[in-house]
Write a protein of this length. Structure first.
Lengths: 374, 119
């Protein structure tokens, strides 16, 4: 398989920095650096972490008639979000749904004035592009000459300001272009850690130099996929393919917040996306099961696939853990599962771990308080 | 006498007992250890029994009994400080076992053979 595994523009830098590389969604990616997952996680929460997310798909959606509203309305036929009212220079989170109302992928979309820029999951990128190409009136252009890095953590704004002073003005979910040493960088104030931070699209020609310029700052350390996963888990953020998939609806994934009033029943542009009837009816009625936070007692993590039960002895499962591990900032194990929405926070359920039932408390998400710059 | 297993455990003979831990190589492969479940003292085990669970930030793994015998002591301090396994793996012992066969340790690798295995 080695011959089909893709490398990002930062591959050689990762190796130089001592990363342990693993295959991930068809890419050879750093899972951890010599600092280790635990320290990388804590470093990001306290300082600034640099993540290579170049494996993610960047895609332009351009209106053929030159009118950005044409592209917005086309995207609204696939994504139950308010694309039309998104201002230039702003970004939102959204979902691609299927005819059954399940989730095909989650994504970020940014209004860049005369076109949209989408960032989609690596594993879904080919499928998403094919899906987008069913749209009329727009050109779908995968961005193939850029990498993507994320700078995350409370010190990231100060670091980035040193390199690109104008970024200090950015607010959460702004998405703007900046010049860095003659290169056009597309920067959004967003991320996947629960911390303030930035996601930065960099031309291939400048990618390694830019990453090195960030790593030269004393606050910045390279962070691998291992810590990326524990950071997003503590932040209560779902991971595609785990917390959501084609059999999970937006309400079940607790992502109803991404579907605004305008697209819901009674809204100005209600429905009109795949699976709308099912998705909107479920949002009106409330989902029977939804994504919940879980705190196991003790220190043993409950990981993906662990079966959950309502009581210590019963046979009827409540569901299975979809994401789970140790939360370094929480100082204990944390997990998420799609289970009975009516169980109150604080209720005890049970996880079957190595043949024993371990008590687990249903907990509000996120596990850590986000620190976005609104 | 210090010996090593194919499963990256170190075995140290002390009197008629064997002290068991995992090697630096194993601890590096596991990553940060966050949870350890130890066997009960007094348990009789056979070689290959999975008697210790180690959870790292990445995955769960088992440590097997290198030889058959009786568990005579476990390092309960590790339950509260599992990170000791990463900080000093040669000091972070998991359990002591009294082997049924007093000569059982002799069949394992010496340090030179183990180094050849992991390098």
């Amino acid at each position: 398989m080695a011959d089909t595994t893709r490398r990002t523009g930062l591959h050689d830098l990762h190796v130089e920095l001592g990363a342990r590389m693993v295959p991930f969604a068809g890419w050879d990616m750093p899972v951890q650096f010599p600092m280790g997952v635990m320290a990388e996680h804590l470093h990001t929460r306290e300082n600034a972490g640099l993540f290579d997310v170049s494996h993610m798909g960047q895609v332009f959606v351009r209106p053929l008639d030159g009118n950005i509203q044409t592209a917005a309305l086309a995207l609204e036929t696939l994504i139950p979000a308010n694309v039309l009212d998104l201002a230039p220079g702003r970004q939102r989170y959204g979902l691609f749904t299927n005819e059954q109302g399940g989730i095909l992928d989650d994504l970020m979309f940014a209004n860049r004035g005369d076109h949209f820029l989408l960032v989609v999951n690596a594993a879904c990128a080919d499928q998403d592009i094919a899906h987008l190409r069913t749209l009329d009136g727009v050109a779908i252009e995968p961005v193939t000459d850029r990498g993507l890095v994320a700078l995350q953590g409370p010190r990231s704004a100060g670091v980035l300001e040193r390199l690109i002073p104008a970024t200090v003005e950015m607010r959460f979910m702004d998405s703007l272009s900046f010049d860095w040493q003659g290169h056009d960088l597309w920067i959004s104030r967003s991320g996947y850690t629960g911390e303030d931070g930035f996601e930065i699209s960099v031309p291939d020609a400048a990618l390694e130099d830019f990453a090195r310029a960030l790593l030269d700052q004393p606050e910045v350390a390279p962070i691998g996929l291992g810590a990326r996963d524990s950071l997003r888990l503590e932040a209560g953020m779902p991971l595609y393919g785990h917390d959501m998939d084609p059999d999970v609806t937006p309400a079940q994934a607790a992502l109803g917040w991404s579907i605004p009033k305008a697209r819901r029943n009674g809204g100005a542009r209600a429905g009109g996306f795949p699976g709308a009837d099912a998705v909107l009816a479920e949002l009106d009625a409330g989902a029977a099961t939804t994504r919940r936070g879980l705190r196991p007692e003790g220190r043993a993590p409950i990981r993906e696939g662990v079966t959950l039960f309502a009581d210590q002895t019963g046979d009827a499962p409540l569901g299975t853990v979809r994401s789970g591990g140790f939360g370094p900032s929480v100082g204990g194990p944390v997990a998420m599962a799609i289970i009975d929405a009516s169980l109150p926070e604080g209720a005890t359920i049970w996880a079957e771990l190595r043949g024993k039932r371990v008590p687990v408390t249903i907990t509000a998400l996120p596990f850590v308080t986000p620190s976005y710059k609104r | 006498m210090l010996k090593y297993t194919d499963d990256h455990e170190w075995l140290r003979a002390e009197g008629d007992e064997i002290v068991v831990g995992i090697t630096k190589h194993a601890s590096e492969q596991l990553g940060d250890v966050v949870f350890i479940e130890l066997p009960e003292e007094g348990t009789d085990v056979i070689a290959g029994d999975e008697i210790v669970v180690i959870e790292s930030v990445k995955a769960a793994s088992d440590i097997t009994a290198p030889v058959g015998g009786t568990i005579t002591a476990v390092n309960t301090a590790l339950a509260d400080a599992p990170g000791d396994v990463n900080a000093d793996p040669m000091a972070a012992w998991f359990f002591r076992i009294k082997p049924a066969d007093p000569a059982a340790i002799e069949g394992f690798m010496d340090e030179a053979a183990y180094k050849a295995l992991v390098d």
